[in-house]
Ligand binder design. Structure first.
Ligand code: ADP
Ligand code: ZN
Length: 229
């Protein structure tokens, strides 16, 4: 049967349609990995998303944004954070810009696992770097059990060393987001949390009173005087 120009035209529109769909998937994927996540869900399991970056890079904001969207979609959400001192035992996670989300403080990964309810669909975890190494196995179990797990945390300590267990979590995650702050010294992209008070403890809880965001050029791997401005 002769196909002629009719087939040519149909073929042309078919290619345009495929191209448009691909563009849509790429645009959507760029912002939210939505298309990829949907594919993982179709497979019957859950998955792990990890958000890492320096202090002030917007990790908590991004975590809260994803949790809020899940709640709008009427999914059951539970959020946890490590109970590392009195300041952190309040029952909410908070961003430096003032956004909050209710959360449960837990001491260990085992305690977190024990508190996740069977019908929970999304598990959020903030300050992942303060959990013990068992958190890796815990999130793997939750994801294998069909839950979407979102972990936010510092990827480096104040000296620039990888902050366990975040490197291990990055390895097991299906989706990774790196957030960046603005260097307070020069305005470049900041990847480091500069400590501005004398202390050699790896965990020194604080915010703008003890740390500032710095780029690779302005960062020094020990305490440094705060930037004036
Ligand atoms: P993180 O969880 O990574 O520490 P947050 O989500 O708590 O970050 O806070 C991000 C917010 O911090 C930004 O939206 C901005 O309002 C504020 N902020 C303060 N200092 C900086 C900085 N140097 N660079 C970028 N954002 C900053
Ligand atoms: Zn800088």
């Amino acid at each position: 049967m002769p196909r002629g120009p009719d087939f040519g035209l149909r073929g042309f529109f078919f290619i345009i349609k495929i191209f448009a769909k691909r563009q849509l998937i790429m645009i959507e994927g760029y912002f939210d990995d939505t298309e990829e996540r949907r594919r993982v869900r179709q497979n019957g399991t859950g998955w792990i998303e990890v958000i890492v970056g320096s202090m002030f890079s917007g990790k908590s904001e991004e975590l809260i944004r994803r949790l809020t969207r899940a709640r709008i979609a009427r999914q059951k959400v539970q959020v946890f954070k490590p109970k590392i001192d009195a300041r952190y035992s309040r029952e909410e996670i908070a961003s430096h810009s003032g956004q909050t989300h209710t959360s449960l403080p837990v001491t260990t990964a085992a305690e977190l696992l024990a508190q996740v309810e069977p019908d929970t669909e999304v598990v959020g975890i903030d300050e992942g770097q303060f959990f013990d190494m068992e958190i890796v196995e815990a999130v793997n179990r939750l994801a294998a059990g069909g839950k979407r797990v979102i972990v936010a945390g510092l990827d480096q300590d104040y000296t620039g060393k990888p902050f366990e267990p975040m490197p291990q979590l990055l390895c097991v995650a299906e989706f990774i987001t790196k957030t960046h702050a603005i260097c307070v010294k020069c305005g470049s992209t900041a990847n480091y949390s500069q400590r501005t008070v004398e202390s050699e403890a790896r965990v020194e809880v604080g915010a703008a009173d003890k740390y500032e965001a710095r780029c690779r050029k302005c960062f020094v791997p020990h305490a440094d005087a705060p930037t004036e401005g």
